[in-house]
Write a protein that binds this ligand. Structure first.
Ligand SMILES: NC(=O)c1ccc[n+]([C@@H]2O[C@H](COP(=O)([O-])OP(=O)(O)OC[C@H]3O[C@@H](n4cnc5c(N)ncnc54)[C@H](O)[C@@H]3O)[C@@H](O)[C@H]2O)c1
Length: 315
């Protein structure tokens, strides 16, 4: 079986997991690791018998590297993804994909020009319960979709110092809402602010409005002492609740409550397996570069809405 040669750029908290998971996949060969921190690069590379680099430009010259995960600090993602795409590598760039939509558009154009895959690390899409919800909404198993609410709260992960909670955290739920509603919101209204974080917002409440009056509400913060990651989807006949952490799903209707069972699976493993499969089989990934661009555009509009204290229409 052909194995895809993969590399990871940025092996901090999250990139280390990408390296571990690639190493576990039968269809991938982890060939290189790059981190500006030489000690970190060497440690992770040695663990998985890969080659360590501190310069991604040098690593990208390695022909055994066919696809790259970009897991650097958020403000460096677009620069590193662009380099990899220009070098003709397939790219999985972590969320939020770029610092702004201008950079994100450049990534899409470069992937297109070079005929390579570009996907974004929207991990929630790979949790089986969320797929169940998406299908139940589409097949009207809960009646007409009315609204959805997401809660993603915890303490501030101190290693995140270059973006606020909207682009770091709420962006997952922005993507989830586009996925569940299977359409783009027409407007966004948000309230964000900072209570503990000096430079960026550490709480945000975002309301997305869809056509026909359907709406979604996202609560995210880095202020809550415990970690909650949950989604509730309300339909005219039933309610679905998903706990992203335990992956438990509940469906509550007037006459019965059911709990569809999915064995817990590591979302990152499902995500990276899908990326590798798409590259090897030349198939379109579940999460496209356009999904990344659209989520980022909504995140930017949410921040603008909060500053202007009014709803922002989305084109
Ligand atoms: N999809 C998810 O669920 C998820 C979860 C966690 C983190 N992330 C994303 O992953 C990215 C990394 O987050 P983290 O928590 O691992 O941060 P981190 O600070 O722990 O790690 C970042 C690493 O990147 C390295 N680095 C920075 N610039 C580099 C460059 N130009 N070239 C090579 N290495 C470079 C740093 O030395 C560090 O080791 C962020 O964009 C974050 O949003 C996504």
């Amino acid at each position: 079986m052909k194995k895809l040669g993969v590399a990871v750029v940025g092996t901090g908290f999250w990139g280390k997991n990408h390296a571990r998971v690639y190493n576990e996949l039968d269809s991938a060969k982890l060939v290189a690791i790059c981190d500006v921190d030489a000690e970190r690069a060497k440690k992770v590379a040695d663990q998985f018998c890969a080659k360590a680099y501190t310069s991604s430009s040098r690593m990208l010259k390695n022909e055994a590297v066919e696809a790259v995960s970009i897991c650097t600090w958020s403000t460096g993602l677009a620069r590193e993804a662009l380099k990899a795409l220009r070098a003709g590598k397939h790219v999985l760039v972590e969320k939020p994909m770029a610092t702004n939509t201008k950079q994100a558009k450049q990534l899409l154009a470069t992937a297109e020009e070079n005929g390579v895959h570009l996907t974004v690390g929207f991990l929630m899409r790979f949790i089986p319960g969320l797929r169940h919800i998406r299908e139940a909404v589409e097949n009207k198993k809960i009646g007409e979709l009315v609204c959805a609410t997401a809660k993603r709260v915890s303490q501030w992960p101190e290693r995140i110092g270059d973006v606020g909670v909207v682009k770091d955290t709420a962006i997952h739920d922005i993507d989830v809402m586009r996925y569940v509603f299977n359409q783009d919101p027409i407007s966004v209204y948000a309230k964000a602010g900072n209570m503990k974080h000096r430079n960026f917002e550490d709480y945000a409440h975002i309301m997305l409005t869809f056509k026909d009056g359907k709406s979604a509400f996202i609560e995210s913060n880095w202020l809550t002492p415990y970690k909650t990651r949950a989604l509730t989807v309300t339909g005219s006949d039933a309610i679905m609740r998903l706990d992203y952490i335990t992956q438990e799903l509940w469906i509550e209707a007037a006459k019965e409550n059911v709990q569809p069972k999915y064995p817990w699976q590591e979302p990152l493993k499902l995500e990276l397996q899908h990326f590798v499969d798409c590259v090897l089989k030349k198939e379109k990934p579940v999460v496209t570069g356009t999904d990344g661009l659209k989520a980022l555009r909504i995140a930017e509009a949410a921040l603008r809405s909060s500053v202007k204290n009014r709803a922002i229409e989305l084109e």
